[in-house]
Design a protein around this ligand. Structure first.
Ligand code: ATP
Ligand code: MG
Length: 332
């Protein structure tokens, strides 16, 4: 039986990269897989990045992340949606996996290198992040994992951990595959500094719930093709992040118009940015309205999370019990 799992960290405001890269596929696969699809706000992971972790904000961000997913169309009564720390088996399985994962493999992970490079003191948890992620997925014997392209390496490591466990202790886990949105593999940050990321803060992100004037303020100053200095210079949309956003938010006619007109200097960058703003407004306004409604009834969101944790645990508990038996823990 096929099963879906994915997680999202409560490390800040959810952004259009999370939405197009991952959350849209949660909704799509959720409709297909129903209760065989599990989505998780991974609060244990959020502790691993000291640059983004704040105990005073964690609970609120966790709730906000649930609201965001429900606002884009995920229905908690149709799928299993829960909070990672509410299912303690994640940590227990993770520990077992740390004992079969070479430190060298973890040190090679690009996300680890990126995130640890910005820290003076690197917590061991940041290094162990992909092991916990492998436990998240394999605890449910999930074989399908909707993620952005930045998670490819972690999924490959998850496959290796599954293989190694199966080899040492007998066939237990499937080797999961990643599912991407090919149109949104890695959405660039609006500051032009690489991938849009929650933990990089608001200069990088266009938030799902960000007011339109704030989004426009960032777009207005966003870098475009650096070779296009004057309005009369021809531009290259292929190296312009605004064109990446057009491909997500604009209709086909607008995308084609921008592609042609930018190259022959027929449209200036400001007008091009205004055009993408139209698509952004059309897309995000209904999501923001739905988010407002959900925030007016947070008790229902909490109830949904409690129910989700019960449903997740019902799957996790027997798998963990099987692992305990296979590694040889004493039973009384
Ligand atoms: P952080 O900076 O804390 O790592 P993040 O923005 O990278 O936050 P995550 O919670 O780590 O978000 O990832 C949630 C999902 O969103 C993952 O599947 C990830 O691959 C995807 N994702 C994150 N950023 C992007 C992006 N810029 N483009 C496409 N997918 C993305
Ligand atoms: Mg991330």
């Amino acid at each position: 039986m096929s099963r879906v799992f994915s997680g999202i960290q409560p490390t800040g405001e959810p952004h259009i990269g999370n939405y197009f890269g991952a959350m849209q596929n949660y909704v799509k696969l959720g409709r297909e897989y129903g209760k065989q699809s599990l989505y998780c706000v991974v609060d244990l992971h959020a502790l691993t990045n000291p640059a983004a972790f704040d105990p005073a904000l964690l609970a609120q961000r966790t709730l906000d992340m649930a609201v965001a997913n429900f606002a884009v169309g995920l229905d908690p009564s149709q799928v299993i949606f829960f909070v990672q720390s509410h299912v303690p088996e994640h940590q227990e399985l993770s520990w077992v996996f740390t004992t079969i994962t070479p430190v060298g493999d973890l040190e090679r992970m690009t996300q680890y290198k990126d995130k640890s490079g910005q820290l003076e003191s690197v917590p061991a948890g940041l290094l162990m992040y992909p092991v916990l992620m492998a436990a998240d997925i394999l605890l449910y014997r999930a074989d399908t994992v909707p993620v952005g392209e930045d998670q490819t390496q972690h999924i490959e490591l998850t496959r290796e951990i599954a293989r190694k466990f199966n080899h040492s202790f007998g066939e237990t886990f499937p080797e999961p595959r990643a599912v991407y949105n090919k149109q949104a593999l890695r959405i660039p940050g609006v500051d032009g500094q690489g991938k849009m990321s929650k933990s990089k803060g608001e200069t990088s992100t266009l938030g799902l719930f960000e007011p339109m004037d704030s989004i426009w303020a960032k777009l207005r100053v966003a870098p475009t093709d650096p070779a296009r200095v004057r309005r009369t210079d021809p531009g290259n949309p292929d190296v312009c992040l605004i064109f990446d956003y057009h491909k997500l938010f604009s209709d086909l006619d607008t995308i084609q118009m921008v592609d042609v007109e930018c190259r022959r200097a027929g449209i200036g960058c400001v007008d091009c940015k205004k055009a993408v703003m139209t698509g952004i407004t059309a897309h995000l306004t209904p999501i923001q309205a739905r988010g407002e409604e959900l925030r007016d009834d947070l008790d229902s969101v909490r109830d949904a999370l409690a129910q989700g944790a019960r449903e997740a645990r019902a799957i996790a508990a027997p798998v963990m019990e099987e692992v305990r038996t296979k590694v040889g823990f004493l039973k009384l």
